[in-house]
Ligand binder design. Structure first.
Ligand SMILES: *Cc1c(COP(=O)(O)O)cnc(C)c1O
Length: 486
């Protein structure tokens, strides 16, 4: 099964393209490049035919798990199907081939799309203004923290702390620290929600903001969110909504109505654009009206139907990214939003929540959930029972799933201190009942194998191109580069 490297299938002199003979006199290389800048030996590029290249990369692509081939229930990642119409729109030459330095007057269609997308995101989130600049979720959080800082500084205040629940995504404390804040952890209570007493104890005049995910990363909704928001506002702090995963509430509930001041979205999760392969993302940030002056420049304006960028904004935190952000992702998300419409978006959250609860209901006897209550778009199960009785861990379960044809869910997040042996499953709304039933059967089969043959489970996966890797060696002695003599 192992696919050789391109260097190993290289044959000296083989070419992938045929160029016609040169019909102008060859300029001697010596005239063009000074001798000291010329290499002595030609570079060791692989030499292959076009067919060699196509087959090599097609074979490699088939060794991978992808949303187009398999169910991919990676929690907190929203690996939903990406409708092909998004790709058609994003690939239209008027979008895909426009140079970033094209004058505004010749890029009015692009600016109109950005403006309408901002307007729709405002409406969906109940916010007053949006910027599309941030390139991903964590980048949006960093901008959010800069906005918090600018807001307090403008009122002559300097606060040092940001409160973050223990179930939060790891990027939250990192973003707060990046901007110079000290992150204070707020523990969760037994039902998976923010512990009120702990929050009250942590709140004082030095708290700049609370960063909250709702539903939180335990997959449950903060039922007292309005009280939490009021408490932080009363202590002169702002409240930040991590809306990376909006799948549970899109079209149904709005962060603005819950009282949040700032929100970021991951267009590359809820709004269907490809994600998870290290590709580009988009993390737009929405704010309440009184934070609008601090948004990054330039800000999109329209006068008499003509769009232009406004840069003269003295209170702005500055630029977060070049040009208009990752426009290809914006175009895909826009297509997704208008092709679903308001009713379609509401159905997304309803079906996402239904699918997650279906899995929870049919697996909770074997994989005890972190908190046993109705979940939102994802459920956090655990391998605690299998670990206690049979020495089979969340890692073993995850490593066995590819043998059944499924991508592994997220494991050990939320962190073991919050949920030991966590298995976080997010099915998304795009999966059929047959697919969910197949996955549930595989999870139950794995639990049976844990009883009957735990040793075999420690060995899995057995059918993948690469078997279980030695993660300790991979972390301690990573091999990051191929060399001919390795
Ligand atoms: C994915 C995610 C993020 C980070 O988003 P990136 O685009 O990967 O930077 C932040 N918060 C939550 C809750 C997430 O699920």
């Amino acid at each position: 099964m192992a696919e050789p490297y391109v260097f190993e299938i290289s044959t000296s002199g083989r070419r992938g393209v045929k160029l016609p003979a040169c019909d102008v006199p060859d300029a001697p290389l010596s005239d063009l490049i000074p001798p000291e800048h010329r290499r002595q030996d030609p570079p060791e590029f692989p030499e292959l035919s076009e067919l060699d290249v196509v087959r090599h990369f097609t074979r490699l692509s088939q060794q991978n798990f992808g949303i187009d081939t398999n169910f991919y229930p990676l929690g907190s990642c929203t690996m939903k199907y990406n409708p092909r119409v998004n790709e058609v729109v994003a690939g239209m030459p008027g979008f895909a081939r426009v140079h970033p330095y094209t004058p505004d007057s010749l890029a009015q269609g692009i600016l109109a799309l950005c403006d309408d997308l901002q307007r729709r995101l405002c409406e969906m989130c109940g916010m007053d203004a949006f910027t599309l600049q941030p390139a991903a979720g964590a980048h949006g959080e960093a901008l959010g923290m800069l906005l918090v800082q600018a807001y307090h500084a403008n009122r002559g205040k300097s606060k040092r702390r940001v409160l973050i629940p223990d179930s939060a995504h790891g990027t939250n404390p990192a973003s707060a620290a990046l901007v110079g804040y000290e992150a204070t952890t707020v523990p969760s209570n037994a039902s998976g929600e923010v512990d009120f007493d702990a929050l009250r104890d942590a709140l004082d005049d030095d708290v700049a903001a609370l960063m909250l995910t709702n539903p939180n990363t335990l997959g449950v909704v903060e039922t007292r969110v309005r009280e939490i928001v009021d408490m932080v506002h009363d202590a002169d702090g702002l409240v930040y909504y991590d809306g990376a995963n909006l799948n549970a509430i899109v079209g149904t509930a709005r962060p603005g109505d819950m009282g949040f001041d700032i929100v970021h979205l991951n267009l590359h999760k809820t709004f269907s654009t490809p994600h998870g392969g290290g590709g580009p993302g988009a993390g737009p940030v929405g704010v309440r009206a009184d934070l609008e002056p601090f948004l990054p420049i330039p800000v999109l304006r329209s006068e008499d139907g003509v769009y232009r960028w406004e840069t003269d904004r003295p209170q702005s935190v500055g630029r977060m990214r070049s040009f208009v952000g990752n426009f290809g992702i914006l175009a895909r998300a826009y297509t997704y939003i208008i092709s679903n419409g308001a009713d379609g978006l509401r159905d997304i959250s309803r079906h996402a929540v239904l699918n997650a609860n279906y899995i929870l209901a049919l697996l909770r006897d074997l994989y005890p959930p972190a908190v046993d209550r109705v979940c939102k778009h994802e459920c956090v199960l655990s391998a605690t029972a299998l670990a206690r009785d049979h020495g089979v861990t969340a890692t073993d379960v995850a490593k066995a799933l590819p043998d059944h044809g499924y991508h592994a869910p997220t494991i050990y997040f939320p962190l073991p201190a919050v949920t030991p042996e966590a298995i976080m499953i997010e099915p998304t709304e795009t999966e059929s009942k047959e697919t969910l039933d197949g996955f549930i059967a595989a999870m139950r089969e794995i639990a049976r194998e844990a009883v009957e043959d735990p040793e075999r489970l420690h060995e899995r996966p057995l059918t993948t191109p690469v078997r279980r890797l030695d993660e300790v060696t991979a972390a301690r002695k990573p091999v990051l580069r191929w060399t001919a003599d390795a």
